[in-house]
Design a binder for this molecule. Structure first.
Ligand SMILES: Cc1cc2nc3c(=O)[nH]c(=O)nc-3n(C[C@H](O)[C@H](O)[C@H](O)COP(=O)(O)O)c2cc1C
Length: 204
C-alpha cells in the first residue's frame, strides 16, 4: 500500500531516544552509519562536513561526567558512540571563490541567503539518524553549550576551523519509563499540517 514502503516505515520509528543499554556497537556498524552521512547533498559540492566518532568508553565517560543531571549522565554515558556533526565553513568560501562559481556571481563571493554549511550538516544528521535506525540502533541529538566549547575542543583535539553543529548519541535502545518527562514532544503541541505546509501561495 502506498505509504507503507520501507522508508516510511523506518521514518515512523524516528524519534529521539535518550536511553541505552550500555552495550557497545561494532566499528563496522558505526562505519556504515557515518558513510551514509557522507552521502548528503552539499552546497556547490563544497564538502564542508566533518564527523568525529567517539567510541572510546573512557572519553564517553568524560563527556557523561560533564553533564549536570543524572539523567543526562546516563544518556551520554550509556551510548555506544557519540558522533559530532561538524562543519568547516572555510570549505564553502574556498569553493565559492573558484572560477566557475565566481563566473555566476560576477566575480565576488555569493551573498549567502542562509549559512549553507549548517544546512548541509542538518542533511548529514538526518542520514546518520536513518542509517542508525536501519542498523537497529537509536539516536538522540544534543547541542554543545557555547561555554563548554573550549573543553570539548581540548578533549577531542578539535582544530579551530571546525565548528560543532550538533552532537549525536547512538546506542542500543533501552526501556525509558521517564521518556515523557524528557521530551518536548510531550509538552508541545505538534503544529498542524496547515501551519507547516501550504500550496502555491503562503497567504490567501
Ligand atoms: C539541532 C538540535 C538540537 C537538539 N538539542 C537537544 C538537546 O540539547 N537536548 C535534548 O534532549 N534534545 C535535543 N534535541 C532533540 C529535540 O528535542 C527533539 O528532536 C524534538 O523534541 C522532537 O522530538 P523527536 O526527535 O523525538 O521527534 C535537539 C534536536 C536538534 C535537531
Amino acid at each position: 500500500m502506498p505509504g507503507n514502503e520501507p522508508f516510511y516505515e523506518l521514518l515512523k520509528k524516528r524519534r529521539a531516544v535518550r536511553s541505552y543499554t550500555g552495550e557497545s556497537a561494532p566499528r563496522e556498524t558505526l562505519d556504515r552509519i557515518v558513510r551514509a552521512a557522507r552521502r548528503g547533498p552539499n552546497a556547490g559540492y563544497s564538502q564542508g562536513l566533518r564527523l568525529l566518532v567517539v567510541d572510546d568508553p573512557e572519553v564517553i565517560g568524560t563527556l557523561a561526567g560533564w553533564q549536570e543531571d543524572e539523567r543526562s549522565q546516563e544518556w551520554f554515558g550509556k551510548a555506544a558512540a557519540h558522533m559530532l556533526v561538524m562543519t568547516r565553513e572555510q570549505d564553502y568560501h574556498d569553493r565559492y571563490n573558484q572560477p566557475d562559481k565566481l563566473a555566476v556571481t560576477g566575480g565576488v563571493e555569493v551573498i549567502w541567503p542562509v549559512p549553507f554549511w549548517h544546512v548541509d550538516a542538518g542533511a548529514a544528521l538526518m542520514l546518520l539518524w536513518l542509517a542508525a535506525l536501519e542498523e537497529g540502533l537509536a539516536v538522540a541529538v544534543y547541542g554543545v553549550p557555547v561555554e563548554e566549547d573550549g573543553r570539548w575542543r581540548e578533549l577531542l583535539a578539535l582544530p579551530d576551523d571546525l565548528t560543532v553543529v550538533v552532537g549525536v548519541t547512538v546506542g542500543h535502545p533501552a526501556e525509558d519509563p521517564d521518556w515523557e518527562r524528557a521530551t518536548s514532544v510531550f509538552s508541545q503541541r505538534r503544529r498542524s499540517i496547515d501551519e507547516v505546509v501550504r500550496w502555491n501561495r503562503w497567504s490567501s
